[in-house]
Design a protein around this ligand. Sequence first.
Ligand code: AMP
Ligand code: ZN
Length: 117
Amino acid sequence: MAGEPQDDCLFCKIVAGQIPATIIRETATTVAFRDISPQAPTHVLVIPKAHYANAADLAAAEPQTAADILSEARQVADQDQLESHRVVFNTGTGAGQTVFHAHAHVLGGRGMQWPPG
Ligand code: AMP
Ligand code: ZN
């Protein structure tokens, strides 16, 4: 069923506590943890507890949870006292998505270029 945990999903295992992560925030619908390979001084992933392959599928099925991800991204930026930050949803292999459980990257603490690579 849509949104159900997947046995072979790394982020479902983090939600279930089966794989350790540096969790910095949790709500009824979301978990935020530090990226294992940070690309900026702050690099946090905000994920839905429910499993969807990407942010677009999440928004279609559970728009409130997609909104919760954005609220939590704001809270992460506040918590790390970021003056500016970037929120990224890589969607599809060609855009750099490697983990197929929806997640927002929250990046900050250094200057950033535009356009992204
Ligand atoms: P993406 O390439 O957009 O799918 O992002 C996946 C992110 O998950 C990458 O930035 C990885 O560094 C990160 N990642 C992979 N495994 C873990 C883990 N066990 N704990 C925290 N972050 C992870
Ligand atoms: Zn999952």
